[in-house]
Design a protein around this ligand. Structure first.
Ligand code: SAM
Length: 274
């Protein structure tokens, strides 16, 4: 079987299963099996070996069962990092990359910034900040022991070693700071909303997605741990930015600002402690 035939057949199966980007998914999966980049797929040996066809077929079947592509691949790109991901953690999203941009801007003038990420999941935000600000000292918390295991694996992969520490626990997990930045992408989807979303989302850990009032809990807890002038940055759900911005003003934060993600939606709210 040639690369091209394998891709056409797989894309067909994925299309029938209702996957939104069947050919792109097929390319990702075949590139993964062959150990090449997607862009190299059409330039390598056209004939596939038997073992590879079998392995590719298994991955296509998992994807056709609407398992998220990132879980089937077992890893996912976030900023400059490739993170291990599996059903114990939320798959890092492109909008969260924009959250990291906003964090970097807010700590730009701070030397050796002390950073706290509440709800690390795979470790995406915490590790990207440590990677892109090599002088930062980063602490991350999560209530999920499973998430902490994945984040620890990613901490080693990212090569940021001693500058990043992950702690199991609720909200700040007893960390007192002072921090120059507290960032959080907490669970913010309602249970009713989740039921109407794509099947792939139902495969992600619901404790990472479903939540109500998490922004307020983090904002209240962060107030006592932020340095004067320190920044609080939140990712928020579609349509939540105005409410979260009002909340931060009500809690006494200064310089409340809403910014857009890469798709132009207002998904980031930040402020500074007085
Ligand atoms: C939406 S996921 C975000 C994961 C990661 N930060 C990212 O952006 O990809 C939310 C994470 O917050 C964790 N979490 C939920 N409630 C929490 C709490 N009260 N304290 C700390 N972590 C919490 C969940 O276990 C989950 O890993």
């Amino acid at each position: 079987m040639t690369v091209r035939d394998a891709l056409v057949e797989a894309a067909d199966a994925l299309e029938q299963a209702g996957c939104p980007s069947p050919l792109v998914d097929a390319e990702w999966l075949l590139a993964h099996v062959l150990g090449v980049n997607r862009s190299e797929l059409y330039t390598i040996e056209p004939e596939l070996r038997e073992g590879m066809i079998g392995r590719f077929g298994e991955l296509v079947e998992r994807r056709a069962n609407r398992e998220p592509l990132a879980y089937v691949l077992g890893e996912w790109g976030f900023r400059r990092l490739t993170l291990a991901v599996d059903p114990r953690v939320l798959i890092p999203r492109p909008e969260t990359e924009a959250v990291v941009d906003r964090c970097l801007a807010l700590i730009e003038g701070v030397k050796e910034p002390r950073v706290l990420d509440v709800g690390i999941g795979s470790g995406a935000i915490a590790l990207a900040l440590a990677d892109e600000r090599p002088d930062a000292l980063v602490v991350g918390t999560d209530v999920s022991p499973d998430a902490l295991e994945v984040a620890e694996e990613n901490r080693v992969r990212a090569g940021v070693d001693g500058r990043v520490r992950f702690v199991l626990g609720d909200l700040l997990a007893g960390e007192r700071g002072p921090f120059d930045l507290v960032v959080s992408n907490p669970p913010y989807v309602s249970a009713q909303e989740l039921a109407g979303l794509e099947p792939e989302l139902q495969r992600e850990p619901c404790w990472a997605l479903v939540g109500d009032g998490a922004h307020e809990a983090v904002a209240r807890a962060a107030g006592g741990a932020l340095a004067r002038g320190g920044a609080l940055v939140f990712e928020v759900g579609d349509g939540q930015a105005a409410t979260v911005a009002e909340l931060l003003e009500r809690l006494g934060y200064d310089e409340v600002r809403v910014s857009l993600d890469l798709a132009g939606r207002d998904r980031i709210v930040d402020a500074r402690r007085r």
